[in-house]
Write a protein that binds this ligand. Structure first.
Ligand code: FES
Ligand SMILES: [Fe+2]
Length: 384
């Protein structure tokens, strides 16, 4: 039976994943190794680290990763582990070093490109034996890094998958046109506001919730006011290339429908007055509206704990002029709080015997079944 056959039956209910998939430490460990540590992971906004020596520490699956701006202006990523006896190099979430990264344990010192540049008593050791140490061989272990949309994306895999197929491919599969996202010029925007949400729910519940709009009429009154078609419960995510249209009385994507800012310069007539939502597996959501972008990044920390960082991106002019972004921020902040409360309400039930075999997806949610099939295929693959 094809997915279409199933969707045609109005009563068709598809099974979700079983409850333990959202609570099990084993499943979470497999997700870390086979998804989070294997795929491209959106780590940091590049312009948060404008100066050489600035670094940010992030959690990617089970690994701590440093993203560092080099003296040559390049961003690089390294495992946050000293090559001597394994101390964590940086314990602060972010910071600035002057020239080098120095381990606080025995003071091995690494250049910003990862090379080992100093280690106490190493010179004496070399004198005694006549042998040098390869300063790159004992340098920090590097992690693949690519910049796109103004963010640094890292990948822990020895052989990273194609960024174009995976990350850009997810965007194209949703928007239907590889050039559509370029119209928003996201790399050149500035963060006008950031919220960090500490969510007591499994990361997959957050993805599944983002993928469907069956809940929109129930929990998102402000969003449905702005995007009336969401009241019907069909997610914009469902149709390739479709963006939900603003209501006729709505001037902008703001909490009260009042006017926002001028559309970003590249936004087309077709994209104006529309909202597009994109899921980039595994942990990114991109929301496009004409005058700003709402960009979510998740950090899954435990089966029942996910940090979500949400950036509101505006034109450089809007941010430089200190324009009031509060009404557009408030709209999606409310949506986020409403969504994350729903996920937190669901999480405790994942360990209930009532959910031992999972729940069901209604036709408007059937596309979540594809996400489940994708997850299962990755977690059950023999390699990894
Ligand atoms: S563990 Fe880092 S210098 Fe010894
Ligand atoms: Fe929602």
């Amino acid at each position: 039976m094809t997915a279409t056959d199933q969707t045609d039956k109005a009563s068709a209910l598809i099974a979700t994943l079983a409850g333990h998939c959202y609570t099990s430490a084993d499943v979470f460990a497999r997700e870390q190794s086979r998804i989070l540590e294997t795929m491209w992971f959106c780590a940091a906004r590049s312009d948060e680290l404008p100066n050489p020596g600035q670094f940010k520490k992030i959690q990617v699956g089970s690994e701590s990763v440093l993203v560092v701006r080099g003296r040559d202006g390049q961003l690089r990523a390294f495992l946050n582990v000293c090559r001597h006896r394994g101390a964590q190099l940086c314990t602060e979430n972010e910071g600035q070093v002057r020239r080098n990264l120095q381990c606080p344990y025995h003071a091995w010192t690494y250049a910003l490109d990862g090379k080992l540049v100093a280690a106490p008593n190493i010179a004496a050791l070399v004198d005694d034996t006549g042998a040098g140490i390869d300063r790159y061989e004992y340098g920090l272990l590097s992690v693949a890094l690519t910049e796109w949309l103004g963010y640094a994306w890292v990948c822990l895999a020895d052989e990273p998958p194609s960024f174009a197929d995976d990350v850009m491919g997810d965007v194209t599969r949703r928007l239907g046109d590889p050039g559509a996202i370029d119209c928003y010029g996201i790399a050149d925007l500035r963060v006008g506001h950031r919220e960090i949400y500490n969510v007591a729910a499994n990361w997959k519940l957050i993805v599944e919730n983002f993928m469907e709009c069956y809940h929109c009429a129930t929990i998102h009154p402000e969003l449905v006011e702005v995007l009336p078609e969401f009241a019907r419960g069909l997610a914009a995510l469902y149709y390739v290339g479709h963006g939900a249209e603003f209501g006729s009385e709505i001037s902008g994507f703001t909490v009260d429908g009042s006017a926002g800012f001028d559309p970003l310069p590249g936004v087309t007539a077709e994209q104006d007055r529309r909202y597009y939502a994109i899921t980039v597996k595994p942990t990114v959501f991109v929301n496009l509206v004409p005058d700003h972008i709402i960009f979510h990044r998740m950090y899954p920390l435990a089966p029942d704990r996910t940090i979500v960082e949400c950036d509101w991106l505006y034109s450089q002019q809007v941010v430089a002029d200190g324009r009031d972004v509060s009404r557009s921020v408030e709209l999606f902040h409310r949506v986020n709080v409403q969504d994350f409360e729903a996920c937190e309400r669901t999480q405790p039930a994942m360990s209930s015997r009532a959910y031992r075999n999972g729940g069901v997806l209604v036709p408007a949610e059937h596309h979540i079944g594809e996400f489940h099939r994708w997850l299962t295929s990755r977690l059950c693959a023999t390699k990894g």
